[in-house]
Ligand binder design. Sequence first.
Ligand code: FE2
Length: 424
Amino acid sequence: MSLDVLVKDGVLPDGRQADIAIQGDRIVDVAPGISAEAGTVVDAGGCLVSPPFVDPHFHMDATLSYGTPRINASGTLLEGIALWGELKEILTHEAVVERALAYCDWAVSMGLLAIRTHVDTCDDRLLGVEALIEVRERVKDYIDLQLVAFPQDGFYRDPTARANTIRALDMGVDVVGGIPHFERTMADGRRSVTELCEIAADRGLPVDLHCDETDDPESRHIEQLAYETQRLGLQGRVAGSHLTSMHSMDNYYVSKLLPLIAEAEVSVIPNPLINIVIQGRHDTYPKRRGLTRVPEMRAHGIRVGWGQDCVLDPWYSLGTADMLDVAFMGLHVAQMTSPEDMAHCFRMVTEENAAIIGLKDYGLHKGAVASLVVLDAGNPIEALRLRADRRAVIAKGKVVAQRATVPTALSLPGRPASVDRRVR
Ligand code: FE2
């Protein structure tokens, strides 16, 4: 049999050595020493071959806009929202598409091949929605892009957000979003969670709410989200993004809350790069970190993935589309430093994120979609330590990025001599 692509001499995240045979857009074999003709051979050189990175939380309508029309001087969430409001006034369809496509190129170069992006629905023109629907179509051969209808200024608080959010879903946006902590009152926030979950249930859609992205320990909309998920039978289809208020909650209440989230099978998406710079801004010292309680959630069987949230936009002035940066920050802030925890942090930006956004046929097994990344590292922990270079990226059976390598002295002793490394 002649293959389209053969990836030779790779090491899988679980440590197995394997070649990967690709025909069309599917993996047809994963085994050591595959000998077959192939149109393209990618030599992994003894390096880690992973399923692609997945980002379950992003804002592609705002990305790469840093400094337009000004920067966020206070660094707070609220100034970021106000600044985004100024930017929205001057957006054009073409500019949103151009920035989004540029970001998708960055993502490909980093082996990031599936992204769930929120898109603001508080705009009567729904300019961002139209632009990102176009981008979703234009990148579909190499990136799986999911869109979340996101009423940034409040589902009830903004006068036309409710109607526009429903209109965006009618246009083909994939997921129901919301922002209960930004509504006028806690009661409105709770009510928005209920209605948004009912909309999702009626339409058979997933839910992903910005939920309790605040340092206020009284912000408890996650409780309502877990309740509505169970009441409406949405188990496994609902995610709560951020949940930063849980950082500041009373331990007794959290001990009641975590089993409720687990029971409802609500997934959680903290965004460590953003949480660590935006939360705690009103504190003196000690200054709260704001990241939600990731190890504790894991211990309760709650699925948690790391999200990126922002790159060069009104909320965050850095970022590179590298999910290894995201996991690296999360690992540090959550103090997940045991070997098992570090390896899990890598799984969070690959397998766990893929499960959270419901990616089909994801992974490195026979029959899976032939998307993968070859990393200049020997194993997942080393990939995190080095924020390893991507040697090659394959998307749906096509080699979409490749990088030359040079030797480096950063590897641990005992690594195979055949492994070329590139100094970062
Ligand atoms: Fe967000």
